[in-house]
Every structure is written in structure tokens, then in C-alpha cells.
Design a protein around this ligand. Structure first.
Ligand SMILES: [Zn+2]
Length: 471
């Protein structure tokens, strides 16, 4: 008699628990544990099967692996240009033949649109494309393709959710096609009894597809939905098994979409591509700074322009702050596009080291255009926006600010100053507030000489900001 083993897997992080509890002890998510069964043999990567694998393994039959020297010849990865420059940039110069790319994002953000346009662009360059849709019927995909004006002749389309069927179908195709799976949460493997979308199905399906792709040198693009309520397993549980993880971000009601590389075995992580969503699909934005500053008005108080670096690319973004009196005991603090804890820190530093008391004020901070900034060098720009709003004094015309703020109020050095200056100069900015600590940098004088039109002001402590906000 076979005994069914049950376990509870967290739909957020994929951790396996042998007892149900309301909270996942691994990632802290509430209500994310779902009962799953481990059945059948095979190569399903659930932890329940680990025991079995260990029992069956034997050291005796293993082959000896060749050890080579570290300083040998390096092979260049053959890349397929997608023809969409922003996507190629994020991928590190194009799709690597035989690699597996995961594209995550909220449902409805435009992942399918992006992939259909990519498929179209690839097909135009005589690549063979197979588009597997598990979400929509063939007719629905065709309709979408018509709307996006995609020439659908050479893209092969199928609507199925069975992984074994997909593998069998792709095997019978000539050449090394690019296969698009939309989405992994709808896929299932026969051997597992759990429903599609659960951790074990998502992980096993992706594992099976990845092994197949690697073996046959097939390039795989996998779509994965991000869910906040934990109903279906998110891309987090797959990140370790694919080569590249891209996230498609943006607010649904805004036009801009940002494609960000979270992990890339064949290029730099954190590289971003910017797109604009319009009636005919996604169009590339080759100069995002212009877009993010489109409605920037230097005459209003509470705004500062930050010269940031996303991956290898400088991007100017407008930071808006609003400081308003509060009538409740705990004043509201809200942030869009930045870290709330970091804002709390800046507010505390401003209070203690600068003498600006915001404890009885509501504070709102917004990075305009839907950009998410993770750099700590945005601290100075945020501080400027807060002071400017609190005192109702706008910063001088065409000024950018960049610098990290320490707890004692000191302004710390930032990297990539030259790239930031270059972008600021390109967009006609005249004044830069930067950390004095950067003067120690060997190249500093050379950088200054390169941009004689820029009026560069260095500050070492947050109290030095006073001179910019005097009436
Ligand atoms: Zn968890």
C-alpha cells in the first residue's frame, strides 16, 4: 500500500513545511501555505523527493569530470538580436542561444504584448518562433496580434497547458526555435496531482522545460505572473533555475513600463529598458530622462531632480515631496517609488542634524513617472525636496542633486559621477549639488574640466543645504 505523503509549500517562497501554520517561517508571508501531495517518481524538484533521490544515488557509477585551468580560452555566447533595442540592452546584448529567460510582472502589465512584439521582431529576422499560450485561445492571441500589427505568418502558435505535449511538439520542429511559454502558472505535468499554479507544479514544469531547452539548445522565454495574495506561485520560486530574470514593472494607469534585469548570467543585473504603452502596443523610449522630466516645473517648491544610475545607464528623475500639517496623532508617510524606511531615516536626520522638524507633519514622496529608485545616492535629492516643500522655497532653476546621507548628517561619496554629469549636461542642467567627499577621487578634476558649463557645488554635511533654501 502506498502512503500519500503530504506537505505544505509556501506559495510565496516555495519553502516546504511538514505542518500547516498561518505564517511561513521562511519568508514571513501570511496565509501562503498550501497542502500538496508528492506522488510518482521522476525528476520533479520537490523537496519531498529528495529522500528518494539520495537513496537511489550511488557514488560507484559516476564518471570522472575533466578539470581545466581557469585561464583558458573563453567562448563568446552566440546571441540572437531581438530587434527591440531596449530588450536587447536589458538582456546584455540579445538573447543567448539556449538560455532560459523568465519574465515576471503583475497580470495585465503587458508581458504578453512585449513577448508578441518580440516574437514578431524575431520572426522578421528569420528566426523560428513557437508561441505557446496557456492563458488564451489561439483566436484570442490572433486578435491581439492583429491589434499590435504583428505579421503573424511565420510565428507558430499553439494553445496548450500540458508540458509533455509542449516538449514533444518542440522536439519535432526543425532548427533551434525560440519558444515562448505564456504563462508558467497555467502549465502542468501529468505526474503531479496538485493544481496548475501551485509551487510544485510551477517548479516541476519549469524544471522540465529548462532541462529540455538546455539539452536541445532551445531558447526559452517563460512568462510568470507576480501575485501579492499568494493564490498562485510567483516567479521567486523559479529564479534560481533560469539564466536570466527580468521584471516588467510599472503602474497600470501610467504609460511607462520598465523592464529590469534582476539576475543575468550573461550580462549585468539591474540594467533597465524603458517602454511606453500606447494603442499599438509597446514602443521603446530611447531617452527616458526626457520622459521622466516631461512635466518638471522648477518654479514649484518640493521638487528636485536626481541624477541616478540604473544598471549602466544614467537616468534623471524628478522627486516630488509634499509636507503638510497633520491633524492626527501619527502623521501619514507615503512613498511611491522609493523605500519608506529610508524616508523615515532622512526625516530623522533632517530633524536632528538640520533642525527641520517634520514629526507633526504629513510627508508624501513621489518619484514621477513610475520609476522605482533603489540607489541610496538619491538621499540628498529627497532631503532637498523635503526642505524645499517644508520651507516653500524652490531650488534654483535647473539643479540636480546627488549624494548619500549618513546618520550623522554627513554626505557620502557617490559612484559614476561622470555618467551622471553627462546626462545632466545633455538635458541642459546647469547646477549640480554633489558630495565634497567625491573631490578625493583621482579623476575628479578631469571630470570637472570636461563639463565647464556645469556649476558644481560640493557639500560635506546636510546643514550645508541651508544656503540653497534662503529667502
Ligand atoms: Zn515562504
Amino acid at each position: 500500500m502506498s502512503v500519500k505523503k503530504t506537505a505544505y509549500s509556501c506559495q510565496n517562497c516555495g519553502a516546504i513545511h511538514f505542518k500547516w501554520s498561518g505564517k511561513c517561517t521562511d519568508c514571513g508571508a501570511w496565509n501562503s501555505l498550501v497542502e500538496e501531495f508528492a506522488e510518482g517518481g521522476g525528476s520533479h524538484f520537490t523537496r519531498l523527493d529528495d529522500e528518494k533521490i539520495i537513496k537511489n544515488s550511488s557514488v560507484k557509477n559516476s564518471r570522472i569530470v575533466d578539470l581545466v585551468s581557469l585561464n583558458g580560452q573563453v567562448q563568446d555566447f552566440p546571441r540572437i538580436k531581438t530587434g527591440i533595442n531596449e530588450l536587447d540592452r536589458v538582456l546584455g546584448g540579445g538573447l543567448v542561444q539556449g538560455s532560459v529567460v523568465l519574465i515576471g510582472g503583475d497580470p495585465g502589465i503587458g508581458k504578453s504584448t512585449l513577448l508578441l512584439q518580440t516574437a514578431n521582431s524575431l520572426a522578421k529576422n528569420n528566426n523560428s518562433i513557437i508561441y505557446i499560450s496557456g492563458e488564451e485561445s489561439v483566436d484570442q492571441v490572433r486578435l491581439r496580434a492583429k491589434r499590435l500589427d504583428c505579421d503573424c505568418e511565420s510565428i507558430k502558435l499553439a494553445s496548450t497547458t500540458n508540458v509533455a505535449e509542449i516538449i514533444e511538439t518542440v522536439k519535432n520542429q526543425k532548427g533551434n526555435p525560440v519558444v515562448i511559454i505564456d504563462s508558467i502558472q497555467t502549465m502542468f505535468l501529468d505526474g503531479l496531482s496538485s493544481a496548475p499554479g501551485t509551487v510544485s507544479q510551477v517548479r516541476a514544469s519549469a524544471g522540465e522545460l529548462t532541462i529540455f531547452a538546455k539539452k536541445h539548445n532551445i531558447t526559452l522565454l517563460i512568462v510568470s505572473h507576480v501575485t501579492k495574495d499568494g493564490q498562485i506561485a510567483g516567479p521567486k520560486v523559479l529564479e534560481h533555475m533560469v539564466d536570466t530574470v527580468l521584471y516588467f514593472e510599472g503602474e497600470k494607469d501610467l504609460h511607462f513600463r520598465i523592464l529590469r534585469a534582476i539576475k543575468n548570467r550573461f550580462g549585468a543585473a539591474n540594467e533597465i529598458g524603458v517602454f511606453e504603452m500606447n494603442e499599438i502596443g509597446l514602443s521603446e523610449v530611447s531617452n527616458p530622462s526626457e520622459l521622466f522630466l516631461a512635466s518638471y516645473d522648477y518654479k514649484t517648491s518640493g521638487t528636485t531632480v536626481f541624477a541616478g544610475i540604473e544598471g549602466s545607464r544614467p537616468i534623471l528623475a524628478e522627486i516630488q515631496a509634499l509636507v503638510a500639517p497633520s491633524f492626527i496623532p501619527t502623521p501619514r508617510r507615503a512613498v511611491v517609488g522609493w523605500d519608506l524606511n529610508r524616508l523615515a531615516m532622512i526625516i530623522a536626520v533632517l530633524n536632528t542634524r538640520f533642525g527641520l522638524n517634520l514629526f507633526d507633519k504629513e510627508v508624501y514622496l513621489n518619484i514621477v513617472g513610475g520609476l522605482k529608485i533603489i540607489e541610496t545616492s538619491a538621499d540628498l535629492a529627497v532631503a532637498c525636496a523635503l526642505i524645499s516643500s517644508a520651507r516653500d522655497i524652490p531650488l534654483e532653476n535647473s539643479t540636480i542633486a546627488v549624494g548619500e546621507i549618513g546618520l550623522s548628517g554627513e554626505i557620502r561619496m557617490v559612484s559614476n559621477l561622470e555618467a551622471r554629469f553627462k546626462e545632466a549636461h545633455k538635458l541642459g542642467f546647469k547646477n549640480c549639488i554633489i558630495p565634497k567627499a567625491n573631490e578625493k577621487n583621482k579623476n575628479f578634476n578631469n571630470i570637472i574640466k570636461t563639463y565647464p558649463e556645469l556649476n558644481i557645488q560640493t557639500i560635506s554635511h546636510i546643514r550645508d543645504l541651508n544656503k540653497f533654501f534662503k529667502k
